[in-house]
Design a protein around this ligand. Structure first.
Ligand code: 3H9
Length: 700
C-alpha cells in the first residue's frame, strides 16, 4: 500500500511497519503542515490493523533541524509541536525514530517522544534553542533529563552545542548508532522491536536519568551559579524547567515548560535573536547572485604579511585554498609567514587542530618577493598599509601581472575603492574584501562593491565568504563602509557626552552594562588613539568649522597617550597588564578642555548614555540605507554584531530602534541636540516609515 497524505509528510506501509517520511526541504523544519501530517500519520498507523510498528525518518539532508523559526512571529496553528510529541509518545504501537543529519531542537524532541531511537554515525544532536532566546518547548526539558540526568541535559540546553551520535548513545539519549543506511537500519530496528515484543517505551515514564537525586540537584545549583549576573532570560528558564522535570509529575512539568517557553518566545531577547538568525542568512541574498556567475577561486595571492595579511592567509588556508604571500623584502616575508605558522601552532597546542591538519594547511602556503609569482592566482587581496599611493602602486603592479579574469581585492577600511578601481585597466574585476581583525577569527566580511564591478565578481566574493565560513555583507563605496561609519558616530556620541560632563569611565561602564564587551574608550585604547588622530589631522584642512569638534582626544595624543601600547590612554596600564585603571590626569585634561569651551558639566544617567549611543548608530544606519550603501537594515545589524561587539541578544541598532519605535527614535534625536547636524539630525527617511506606522523591519 502506498498512500501520500501530504507533500511534507509521506506515509506508506512496508510489511507491517508504517513508514512516515518527513519531506520539507531544506532542513525539514517542523512547520504547520509537517506537524499536522505527523499527527495524521500516527493516527492512521494506530488505526491500521496491518501495522505493528511505526518508523519516523526524514528525506534529504537531515532529520528535522527544529521548529520552523519563521512561524514564531505568527499565531501558532494547531497542532502545536508539544501536542505532536505527546501524540507520538501516546501511540499504542512502538514508534522508532531514525535520525540523520542535524537532529536539533524540536527535531530532537520528536525523537525523544518516539519510543526508540537509532542514529546515523555522522548525525549531530543538540538543543540550539538557547541561541534563539528560547528553550526546548516541546517536552525536551522534561524528557531529556529522564534519560541522561540533569547535568548532561543542562549542558546540552545551555550551550546549544551539538554532540555526535556515539556520545549521545553513551549518555542514553539514543539506543543505537549505525554506519549503514539509516532507513534500512531503522526498518531493521523496527522489525526487531516488533519481533521481541518490547512494545512501547515512553520516555516520560522512564527514570534512568533520575536515579541520583543528589547529583541532579547539585547540577541545578551549579547551573544557577554558572549564569549568575547574566541578563539572559532563556538560560534561567531552562534551569527552572529542568528542575521542574526532577520535582513535578510529567503533566505538571510539561505545563511548567510551556509557560516558560511562552515567556521566552514573547521576550524582546528572543525576538532579537531570531531576527539575527534570519538576518545572517538573508545577508547572502544580494541582487548580483541572480545574474553573476561565480568564478573559480582555488589560489589566492595575499599582498602584505602584517597582522591583517597573515590573518587573511590563515583564513584562506582554513578554507583549503592555496595561498601565496607577497612581501617587499626577505625579513618581512619571513615575519609574515612566521605569523601564519604561529597561529596554526597555537591551534595545535590548544588541540583545535592536529599536527597533521597543521602540516596539511601549511603545505598550501608559499611566500615570494616577486609580483610575477602571482601571475597564476585566481584572486589577489592586498593588505598593505592604509595609504592611497601605496595601494594604487600595488594595484598597478597586480594589473600588469595577473591573468585575465583574476579578481583584485583590497582590504582597505576607508579608501575610495571606486578611485582605486578606475586607476587600473580592469575595474570590473575589482572588489573590496574588508576583513576584520583577527581575520581568521572574525566572521564578518564586508564585500564592498564599486560602480564598475561585474556581477560575477560580487557573486564570487559571496561564494568566497561562504567557503571561509564568514558572513558576507554587501556594502556600497563610502568612507568607512557600514561598520566604520557607524563606529564613527558612536564615538562622536560618546565624546560629546564626555565633553558635556560624563566621564569616559562612566560611558564605558554604561555600554558594557548594555552588553558590549568593551566600552568605546577601552576600544580606543586597544586600537591606539593615534590612528583616529592621524585621520583627524588629514581632514583638518577641510573640516567644517561649524561642526562640533571635541579637542580632548587631540590633547591626549599630543601628550603621547596613545593607549595600551604605550601604557597610557584613557586608562593607565601597569607594565605587562591589559587591565586599565582610571586616570585622574585624563579627567583633569578633559575638565580643562571643557572649561576652555565654557561648557558647564552636567550629569548623565547610564540609560541616557546607552540611548544616545544607540540612537546615533540607528540614525547613521538610516543614512546608509537612504544613500544605498547598505541593502537592508538587517545587514547593518549583522555588521554591528559580528564586527563591533554589539550584543547579539539586542539584535543590532536597527532592531533596537524598531523595538523602541521610530517615532520615539526621531523625538529622541531631536531632543538630544537641536544644533548638531552631524549625528543628531533625524534622517528624512524616518518620516514616511513613521507615517505608515512601520519600522526599519519593513525594509528588510
Ligand atoms: C525549536 O525547535 C523550538 C522547539 O524546541 C519548541 C517549539 C514549540 N526553521 O543555516 P543554513 C533555513 S527552535 C526555519 O544556511 P546550514 C535557513 O533559514 C529551532 N528555517 O544551512 C536557510 O534558509 P534560506 C531549533 C530554517 O547547512 C536554510 O534553512 N533549531 C531552520 O549552514 C539553510 O540553513 C535551530 O535553532 C528552522 N529551524 O545549517 C536550528 N533552520 O536558504 C537552526 C534552518 O532561505 N538551524 N532554516 O536562507 C541551524 O542551526 C542550521 O540551519 C542547520 C543547517 C545546522 C540546520
Amino acid at each position: 500500500m502506498n498512500l501520500i497524505m501530504d507533500d511534507s509528510v509521506k506515509y506508506h506501509v512496508q510489511d507491517d511497519i508504517a513508514v512516515i517520511t518527513i519531506n520539507n526541504p531544506p532542513v525539514n523544519a517542523l512547520g504547520h503542515a509537517v506537524r499536522a501530517g505527523l499527527v495524521a500519520a500516527i493516527e492512521r498507523a494506530e488505526a491500521d490493523n496491518a501495522v505493528a510498528g511505526v518508523l519516523i525518518h526524514a528525506q534529504g539532508r537531515t532529520f528535522p533541524a527544529g521548529a520552523d523559526i519563521k512561524e514564531f512571529d505568527k499565531p501558532l496553528l494547531d497542532p502545536s509541536l508539544p501536542a505532536v510529541c505527546d501524540r507520538i509518545e501516546a501511540c499504542t504501537k512502538p514508534v522508532i525514530a531514525a535520525l540523520h543529519g542535524t537532529v536539533l531542537g524540536g527535531g530532537f524532541e520528536v525523537a525523544l517522544a518516539s519510543h526508540y531511537r537509532i542514529a546515523a554515525a555522522q548525525a549531530k544532536i543538540g538543543f540550539p534553542e538557547v541561541n534563539l532566546g528560547l528553550l526546548p518547548g516541546a517536552g525536551g526539558t522534561q524528557r531529556a533529563p529522564r534519560l541522561c540526568g540533569a547535568a548532561f541535559a543542562l549542558g546540552l540546553m545551555l550551550s546549544g552545542k551539538q554532540i555526535g551520535a556515539f556520545f549521545a548513545k553513551k549518555r542514553g539519549l539514543i539506543d543505537e548508532v549505525t554506519k549503514g543506511n539509516i532507513l534500512d537500519a531503522g526498518l531493521a530496528m523496527a522489525r526487531d522491536v516488533i519481533a521481541k515484543g518490547t512494545g512501547v517505551r515512553r520516555t516520560l515514564e522512564r527514570r534512568d536519568g533520575l536515579k541520583d537525586p543528589i547529583a541532579n540537584q547539585s547540577a541545578i545549583k551549579d547551573a544557577r551559579s554558572g549564569i549568575e549576573g547574566s541578563v539572559l532570560l532563556a538560560p534561567a528558564k531552562i534551569i527552572d524547567c529542568v528542575e521542574a522535570s526532577l520535582l513535578l509529575p510529567d503533566e505538571a512539568g510539561k505545563i511548567f515548560e510551556s509557560i516558560a517557553f511562552e515567556d521566552c518566545l514573547a521576550s524582546d531577547q528572543s525576538v532579537a535573536l531570531r531576527h539575527v538568525f534570519i538576518s545572517e542568512r538573508m545577508a547572502a541574498n544580494v541582487p548580483e547572485l541572480a545574474t553573476g556567475k561565480v568564478r573559480n577561486i582555488s589560489s589566492v595571492g595575499v599582498i602584505g604579511g602584517g597582522t591583517m595579511g597573515a590573518g587573511i592567509a590563515v583564513s584562506l588556508l582554513d578554507g583549503d585554498l592555496d595561498v601565496v604571500m607577497l612581501e617587499r623584502d626577505a625579513a618581512s616575508l619571513e615575519a609574515g609567514l612566521g605569523r601564519v605558522v604561529a597561529v596554526f601552532e597555537r591551534s595545535v597546542v590548544k588541540k583545535r587542530i592536529t599536527e597533521e591538519d597543521k602540516n596539511r594547511k601549511l603545505a598550501r602556503l608559499a611566500g615570494t618577493l616577486n609580483m610575477s609569482d602571482l601571475a597564476g592566482v585566481d584572486l589577489a587581496i592586498e593588505a598593505v598599509i592604509e595609504d592611497r599611493a601605496i595601494k594604487e602602486e600595488v594595484f598597478a603592479q597586480l594589473d600588469a601581472v595577473l591573468k585575465s579574469g583574476a579578481i583584485l581585492a583590497t582590504n582597505t577600511s576607508y579608501l575610495d575603492i571606486d578611485e582605486l578601481a578606475s586607476s587600473i585597466s580592469r575595474p570590473q574585476d575589482v572588489v573590496g574584501l574588508h576583513f576584520f581583525s583577527p581575520a581568521n577569527i572574525m566572521k564578518l566580511l564586508e564585500i564592498v562593491v564599486p560602480d564598475a564591478t561585474s556581477d560575477d565578481v560580487v557573486a564570487s566574493g559571496f561564494a568566497l565568504a561562504k567557503r571561509l565560513g564568514k558572513i558576507g555583507v554587501r556594502v556600497g563605496v563610502t568612507d568607512g563602509f557600514i561598520g566604520n561609519r557607524i563606529l564613527k558616530v558612536y564615538r562622536l556620541a560618546a565624546e560629546y557626552m564626555v565633553e558635556d560632563g560624563a566621564s569616559p569611565y562612566q560611558v564605558d561602564r554604561a555600554m558594557r552594562g548594555y552588553g558590549f564587551g568593551l566600552g568605546p574608550f577601552q576600544v580606543y585604547d586597544l586600537a591606539g588613539l593615534d590612528i583616529a588622530w592621524a585621520q583627524r589631522k588629514r581632514h583638518a584642512a577641510t573640516r567644517d568649522p561649524d561642526i562640533r569638534y571635541t579637542e580632548f582626544g587631540d590633547k591626549m595624543c599630543e601628550a603621547g597617550w596613545f593607549g595600551q601600547k604605550v601604557g597610557r590612554g584613557f586608562y593607565h596600564y601597569e607594565a605587562g597588564s591589559r587591565q586599565g585603571k582610571e586616570d585622574q590626569a585624563v579627567l583633569d585634561l578633559i575638565a580643562d578642555a571643557r572649561g576652555a569651551k565654557g561648557i558647564k558639566p552636567r550629569r548623565f544617567g547610564d540609560a541616557e548614555i546607552q540611548r544616545r549611543c544607540v540612537s546615533a548608530m540607528a540614525n547613521e544606519g538610516a543614512k546608509l540605507l537612504a544613500q544605498g550603501i547598505a541593502l537592508r537594515p538587517s545587514d547593518i545589524d549583522v555588521v554591528m554584531i559580528h564586527g563591533y561587539g554589539f550584543p547579539r541578544w539586542r539584535g543590532g541598532p536597527m532592531q533596537v530602534a524598531d523595538q523602541v519605535g521610530l517615532m520615539q527614535l526621531r523625538s529622541d534625536l531631536r531632543r538630544f541636540d537641536t544644533a548638531d547636524t552631524q549625528i543628531w539630525h533625524p534622517v528624512e527617511m524616518l518620516d514616511p516609515l513613521i507615517l505608515n506606522g512601520q519600522g526599519f523591519g519593513a525594509l528588510n
